[in-house]
Design a binder for this molecule. Structure first.
Ligand code: SF4
Length: 203
């Protein structure tokens, strides 16, 4: 039986703003967690996005000049079955997988133990999990990539042996892309005040 398609809201072939080194970032459509203050409320609805077969998506990721895949959302574990297939193929191709989730690691382990489809598989194919809901009253100004201080860094695989080194040397980055039509697309992490100031400066 083939895995379900993955609904992709945004695909970025290379970025240095979504984890250690150069990575391919995939934002999935749909999030049932809906944290207050989420930066991506347009990704809450399951409607929208573009369906990709897991095999197509994994092949595209493996064609990029990047060190691995970062899954963001939306909520990756709301599409765990399809993404487990993508992530395992990316790892089989020698790349790393970083998965962001609004669920805590403990709740994901419980879901995996209860047999929720794809959850055990996506955990097994994730090297670094950054887990927990975004809490806007606990903005994280210290750790790269995390939005709020409650979020956990959980090393699950062997592809980030230098994570401590990466975190010591890393800073939050923001990537701003402007296409020929003038459309601005932003990714990475910056708190709201600094992001507003930057976008105002961009006019
Ligand atoms: S889990 Fe992530 S995408 Fe979902 S509401 Fe929270 S911050 Fe936003």
């Amino acid at each position: 039986m083939s895995e379900p398609a993955v609904t992709v809201a945004r695909y970025l072939g290379t970025t240095t703003a979504e984890g250690p080194g150069v990575r391919t970032a995939v934002w999935v459509q749909g999030c049932t967690i809906r944290c207050a203050g989420c930066f991506n409320p347009h990704l809450f609805a399951v409607e929208g996005g573009v369906p990709w077969s897991p095999a197509e998506l994994a092949a595209r990721v493996l064609s990029e000049p990047s060190g691995g895949l970062t899954l963001l959302g939306g909520e990756p574990f709301d599409q765990a079955e399809g993404l487990a297939a993508v992530a395992s193929q990316v790892r089989a191709g020698g790349r790393s997988v970083l998965t962001f989730s609004g669920y805590t690691h403990a709740s994901l382990r419980r879901a995996a133990a209860a047999g929720r489809p794809g959850v055990a598989g996506l955990l097994a194919a994730t090297d670094l999990l950054i887990a927990g809901p975004f809490q806007r009253d606990r903005i994280d100004h210290e750790r790269p990539w995390a939005g709020s201080t409650n979020q956990e860094f959980v090393v699950l695989g062997d592809r980030f042996p230098d994570l401590v080194h990466w975190r010591e040397g890393a800073v939050d980055r923001l990537q701003v892309d402007v296409d020929r039509s003038g459309t601005v697309a932003v990714n990475g992490w910056l708190d709201t005040d600094r992001l507003d100031a930057l976008l105002a400066a961009l006019d």
